[in-house]
Ligand binder design. Structure first.
Ligand code: HEC
Length: 122
């Protein structure tokens, strides 16, 4: 009994320590002074992080992989709202990310897919 409490405590500490690194996406950290440009950069960073972790498996690092019928982002004509909708609620073979990612992370990931699409067009 006692051992399991200690064990739970260790797990809690480890979880907390790992979770700490994730909090870089906290809106509180984004300084108001930084202005729109810096915010945009922060958004892309959050989006890239979420994308690398959750989306690359199907979409590929450049958004062109197309596993399970995933669309090349450069060919996508969905706007930001529509992308947020697809990422939040899923579509076809794509899993919904509601509950896995925070709404801010979903928005950032959606913006990142637009960014990827633009890059590959050139
Ligand atoms: C299990 C594989 C899989 C994962 C993981 C996945 N996707 Fe998808 N995604 C798909 C597939 C398949 C489609 C095409 C859905 C359809 O229209 O049937 C798609 C479609 C999309 C679209 C719409 C593109 C368009 O123009 O139709 C966006 C945007 C998108 N995914 C973003 C993401 C983001 C961001 C993530 C990570 C948070 C992600 N996806 C993770 C498989 C995946």
């Amino acid at each position: 009994m006692r051992i399991s409490i200690v064990f739970a405590f260790i797990i809690a500490v480890v979880f907390f320590a790992c979770g700490g690194g994730q909090s870089a996406d906290g809106t509180k950290n984004a300084s108001v002074k930084n202005g729109a440009d810096q915010n945009q950069v922060d958004q892309l960073k959050i989006g890239r992080k979420a994308f690398k972790r959750f989306c690359v498996a199907c979409h590929g690092a450049d958004g062109k992989l197309g596993i399970n019928g995933a669309k090349d982002f450069a060919q996508s004509d969905l706007n930001l709202e529509e992308r947020i909708e697809v990422i939040t609620n899923g579509r076809g073979m794509m899993t919904p990310f509601k509950g896995i990612l925070k709404p801010e992370q979903i928005k950032a990931a959606a913006e990142y897919t637009i960014h990827l699409g633009k890059q590959t067009e050139e």
